[in-house]
Design a protein around this ligand. Structure first.
Ligand SMILES: Cc1ncc(COP(=O)(O)O)c(C=O)c1O
Length: 391
């Protein structure tokens, strides 16, 4: 029963997740016994490694089940500093680290600590669904910067310079990107860094897919490129994708000390510490050699290559080769149907679930996740090919 509650104004602009309807429908069809091919997943299909689970069991057995410091246990924060030094050439002190309930929470906290009413946040489009909604929750204004397939869906730095205005407070960078899989090269990040440093715009650099980059390309962290940009950057990362730990809810950020301290105050009075047991699991993950992410990376590359090869033979669709993450953003503009129609029809008629591109700001695309087995990829693409052939 709905009773017309007078909600806070800040919620007026916050949309429900547009992916919900389609994923709910896929679940319903599955529960009815339909053989659904799931190309909608936003998480690796690998199990969390056993050594990580073991660390969590030990934490429980040892009674490590109480509150911890809000921003994370010191040994985890030290492991995060070590990771930044080793992987990203970034020097951070523990006082600059805040561990939160997932990278999503880290990004929200950063925005909450930075954004005043009507401040603008620049977001390259296509974008991860939650960025604009988080800006709305913080009563800021998302300003989208269209990117083009011919530029691999990456922003043109000249465009960035033009779009920065007096109210621009922050720019959200996501490399590798969800949903396009685009990866920025270091020279491109340098151009962005120079502009943001010159204009004093904060950069929220969401690097959650860092460990999933293909063709031996190296990930670059924008904060490592100059002292000026280091002082304006919030580097966000987490364990969800690198260690297949989406349900454990551990993400973290690194920022200039005063900003980290402000973010810790936000967390102090909202969620407190992330789960103590998950922190011990994250510590084990970060202290181990990178073997797990490397194996996962190799498998994802194999799947990506297979899927791209198959997709290239399907008429009337296109794509840009993703350099990272586990998504292919498929151009459906030639079908002359909107993305929700394509996703709904593929689900109802062929039992393949995809995410409509409208959720990411492009109604002429759908997002296919290849975080599923080779057999499923083959089966799903056979079905898509059949469906397209009959259109
Ligand atoms: C671009 C991007 N950033 C952040 C996240 C959130 O990750 P976490 O599970 O650490 O909250 C996701 C998850 O799908 C994502 O795609």
């Amino acid at each position: 029963m709905r009773i017309n509650i007078r909600l806070a104004k800040r919620l007026e602009k916050v949309n429900p997740s547009s992916t919900l309807a389609i994923t709910a429908k896929a679940k319903k069809l599955k529960s009815e016994g339909r053989d659904i091919v799931n190309f909608a997943a936003g998480e690796p299909d690998f199990d969390t490694p056993d050594f990580v689970k073991d660390a969590a069991y030990s934490a429980i057995k040892d009674g490590f089940t109480k509150y911890t410091p809000t921003t994370g246990i010191p040994e985890l924060k030290k492991a995060i500093c070590d990771k930044f030094r080793k992987d990203n050439s970034l020097e951070y002190e523990s006082t600059q680290i805040v561990v939160s309930n997932g990278a999503k929470h880290s990004i929200f906290n950063a925005l909450f600590a930075l954004i005043n009413k009507t401040d603008e946040v620049l977001i390259p489009s296509p974008y991860w669904v939650s960025y604009p909604e988080m800006v709305h929750l913080c009563e800021g204004k998302p300003v989208f910067m269209e990117t083009l397939p011919k530029n691999d869906f990456k922003i043109d730095p000249r465009d960035l310079e033009k779009r920065i205005g007096p109210r621009t407070k922050a720019f959200i960078l996501n490399s590798p990107s969800n949903p396009t899989g685009s990866v920025y090269a270091e020279y491109e990040l340098k151009q962005i860094a120079e502009i943001c440093a010159h204009k004093k715009v904060f950069v929220i650099s969401d690097e959650i897919y860092e460990k999933l980059i293909y063709d031996n390309v190296k990930h670059s962290s924008i904060a490592s490129l100059s002292k000026d940009i280091y002082n304006l950057t919030i580097t966000v990362n987490g364990l969800s994708k690198s260690h297949s730990m989406t349900g454990w809810r551990i993400g973290y950020l690194a920022a200039p000390e005063d900003l980290a301290e402000a973010i810790s105050r936000v967390q102090d009075h909202s969620t407190s510490n992330p789960v103590s047991i998950s922190q011990k699991a994250a510590l084990a993950a970060l202290n181990a050699p990178d073997e797990f992410s490397r194996l996962m990376n190799a498998e994802f590359q194999r799947r990506r290559d297979f899927a791209l090869e198959r997709l290239s033979k399907i008429k009337n669709i296109g794509f840009i080769k993703p350099g990272g993450a586990f998504y292919i953003f498929i151009d459906i503009s030639k079908l002359k149907l909107d993305s929700l129609t394509v996703a709904s029809r593929l689900l109802e008629e062929k039992f393949v679930s995809l995410i409509p591109g409208a959720a990411f700001g492009r109604d002429d695309y759908v997002r296919m996740s290849f975080a599923t087995s080779m057999d499923q990829i083959q089966k799903g693409l056979d079905r898509i090919e059949e469906w397209m052939g009959k259109l």
